[in-house]
Design a protein. Structure first.
Length: 533
C-alpha cells in the first residue's frame, strides 16, 4: 500500500493525497496551488495520470487550496463520488463556480497580454459550466457516521474545528487479514474560535498526515487579539480613516462579523459603517445561517435568546460591482472586509489600491499569507507594491492579528497529536511551507518521540517499507516564456529606434500619434515582464 503526495508537500497550497494499492485508489482533497508562479504553474500540469481510475474523492473542507482543482479532475475523467460533510457541500456550490469565474476572468487578461507578446492564447483551467458539472458528484455525509466507500475501506468524518463543515478523516483499510488506520488531519482549527465547535480528538492511528501551517510559531492569545482589534477601530474612528481587512470569504469573514457584533453590543467600540464587499462572503454567510448544527454552544445560546450572532447596526452587504465602486469612491471612516484573503484576486485589490497610500488608513491581515502573494509582500514590509500596472506606495498602518487564525499553532498541533496512544505512529508532516514543515517534524520527533517524514512534492511512500520514490510530474523541458518575451521586447525596441531615426530625418514624415502608441505598448511589455519575474 502506498501514499502519493500530489500536493500540500512543503507548501501550504494544493493539498492532495492519494492512497492506493493494486485494488483501490482513493484521493483525499484536490486543492489548487496558490502563491508564487512556480506553484501556480502546477495547476495546469497532468498531476493525475488516470483520473478515471480513482475510486472516490474525500474532501476535508471547502477552502480552494483543498477543493479548487475538483472541476479540473472531473473534466479530465473522474466520475466517482466526492464525499464531504453537508456544510462543505453547500459551501462548494458557491466556491467552485466562483473559482471558475476567476479562472475565466484571468484567462481573458492573460490572452490580451499573450496577443501583445506574440504568444498563443490559453484556455482556463476549467469553466463555470465545468464547476457546475462536478457538483453532481458530491455526496453529503454526517459527522461521526462510518461509511463504506470500497469493499476494503471504511471512513469517518470528524469535526476539525477549522471552518464550517471542516473535517479530519479516519480511514480503516483491510489488508491481508489485518486493519490499518490512516488519519488525514485536513486543516486543524484552534480552540475557542467564534461560531464553530472545537476540534474533536482522535486516540488511535497507525499513520497520520498532519498539517503544519503554523508549525513553527505560536498565535497571540484571543484576549490580546480582541484588545488590539478594539484599539485599531477606536483610533481609526478618531482619524476617520478606513480599515481594510483582506479576509477569506469562508470562515474568517464570519468570525470577524461575530467579533464586531460582540464588541458593538458590549459597548466596547462605537457603531461604525461595516461593509462586506464580497459576493462570495455574502452567500457564505447565508450558508452559515443554514448550518446551525455546526455551531458551538455559545453561538447556540445567542440564537436561543433571539439574537443574531452575524448581524449588528451598521452592517452592510454589497453584491454588485457598482456598489463596490461607490464604496471605493465614498467610504470614509468605514471598515471594509473583502476577499481574497491573500490579496491575489477580487475586489480587495481595488480597496488596497485606494487605501494603501493613505497614512490614516489601517490594513489588517487576519489570515495566513502564502509565499509569493501580494499580502505576503505587504506584511513583509514592502514600501511599494504594484496593482493593476501602477506602483502604489504603502503608507497605511499594517497590522497582523494572528489570533484570528483558523489554524492550530505549534502547541495546538502537538497537543492534538498527543491524544493518539500509539508509540509506533508514523507521522507525515504536510501543508506547511518548508521551514514550518521541517520545524514541526522536528518538534514531533523530539517532544512526542514519534517517527516523522516531511514528504516532498510528488513523493510516493510505501507504507509497508517506508521506502519512497518521486513521481515524474509535468513537462520535461524548462519554461522559456520570459526569454521569448524579452526577445519580443528587444525586437520592438529596434523597431522604435528605426522610427525615431526616421523622425530625425527631416525628409521623412512620421506618424507621431502612432509612435506614441508604440512607446506605450513597449512600456506595457516591460511592466508585464517585470510582474512575472
Amino acid at each position: 500500500m502506498k501514499i502519493e503526495f500530489v500536493g500540500g508537500a512543503r507548501t501550504v497550497t494544493g493539498s492532495s493525497y492519494i492512497i492506493k494499492d493494486d485494488d483501490f485508489t482513493i484521493m483525499i482533497d484536490c486543492g489548487m496551488f496558490q502563491g508564487r508562479q512556480e506553484l501556480r504553474d502546477r495547476n495546469a500540469l497532468q498531476l493525475i495520470y488516470a483520473p478515471s481510475k480513482i475510486d472516490a474523492l474525500l474532501l476535508t473542507h471547502a477552502h480552494i487550496d483543498h477543493s479548487g482543482l475538483i472541476p479540473k479532475l472531473v473534466k479530465e475523467g473522474f466520475y466517482g463520488n466526492i464525499y464531504a460533510t453537508k456544510a462543505t457541500v453547500d459551501l462548494c456550490t458557491i466556491m467552485l463556480p466562483d473559482s471558475a469565474h476567476i479562472q475565466e476572468m484571468d484567462v481573458r487578461f492573460i490572452n490580451r497580454k499573450n496577443r501583445k507578446l506574440g504568444r498563443p492564447v490559453v484556455d482556463p483551467l476549467y469553466t463555470v459550466e465545468d464547476a457546475g458539472k462536478c457538483l453532481e458528484n458530491f455526496v453529503p455525509v454526517n459527522y461521526g457516521e462510518v461509511i463504506q466507500i470500497h469493499p476494503r475501506i471504511k471512513v469517518r468524518f470528524r469535526d476539525a474545528g477549522h471552518i464550517l463543515g471542516s473535517s479530519f478523516i479516519e480511514m480503516w483499510i483491510d489488508e491481508k487479514g489485518k486493519q490499518t488506520k490512516v488519519v488525514f488531519s485536513g486543516d486543524l482549527g484552534q480552540k475557542d474560535q467564534a461560531i464553530i465547535r472545537d476540534p474533536e480528538i482522535v486516540e488511535d492511528a497507525d499513520f497520520l498526515l498532519i498539517e503544519s501551517t503554523y508549525g513553527d510559531r505560536l498565535h497571540k492569545n484571543k484576549q490580546d487579539t480582541y484588545a488590539e482589534f478594539r484599539e485599531i477601530i477606536k483610533n481609526s474612528i478618531d482619524t476617520k480613516g478606513n480599515i481594510v481587512i483582506p479576509s477569506f470569504a469562508i470562515g474568517r469573514t464570519q468570525e470577524i462579523i461575530y467579533t464586531l457584533a460582540k464588541m458593538i453590543h458590549a459597548g466596547d467600540v462605537p457603531a461604525l459603517p461595516v461593509y462586506i464587499d464580497s459576493p462570495l462572503a455574502v452567500s457564505a454567510t447565508e450558508i452559515f445561517r443554514n448550518n446551525m448544527e455546526c455551531f458551538d454552544e455559545e453561538t447556540r445560546k445567542i440564537l436561543s435568546a433571539g439574537e443574531s450572532p452575524l448581524d449588528f447596526p451598521g452592517l452592510h452587504f454589497t453584491r454588485s460591482a457598482e456598489e463596490s465602486k461607490s464604496l471605493n469612491e465614498n467610504a470614509s471612516g468605514s471598515l471594509i472586509i473583502s476577499a481574497s484573503g491573500m490579496c491575489t484576486a477580487g475586489r480587495i485589490k481595488y480597496h488596497l489600491m485606494n487605501n494603501l497610500f493613505k497614512p490614516d488608513a489601517n490594513i489588517i491581515f487576519v489570515g495566513y499569507q502564502a509565499e509569493g502573494t501580494l499580502g505576503r509582500r505587504i506584511i513583509d514590509g514592502a514600501n511599494q507594491v504594484r496593482l493593476y500596472g501602477e506602483d502604489v506606495a504603502v503608507r497605511a498602518h499594517i497590522h497582523t492579528l494572528g489570533g484570528f487564525s483558523a489554524h492550530a499553532d505549534k502547541n495546538g498541533i502537538l497537543e492534538w497529536i498527543g491524544n493518539i496512544k500509539n508509540p509506533d505512529l508514523k507521522v507525515f508532516v504536510v501543508h506547511g511551507e518548508e521551514e514550518s514543515t521541517l520545524s514541526m517534524s522536528k518538534s514531533i520527533s523530539e517532544q512526542l518521540g514519534l517517527s516523522t517524514l516531511a514528504p516532498r512534492w510528488g513523493e510516493i511512500v510505501n507504507l509497508d517499507t517506508m521506502e519512497s520514490e518521486i513521481a515524474k510530474y509535468g513537462i520535461s523541458e524548462e519554461y522559456t516564456e520570459i526569454d521569448h518575451d524579452i526577445d519580443i521586447l528587444f525586437k520592438s525596441l529596434e523597431e522604435l529606434k528605426g522610427q525615431y531615426h526616421k523622425k530625425m530625418d527631416k525628409n521623412t514624415r512620421v506618424n507621431k500619434h502612432r509612435l506614441h502608441e508604440d512607446i506605450q505598448d513597449v512600456k506595457s511589455m516591460v511592466s508585464m515582464i517585470i510582474d512575472e519575474l
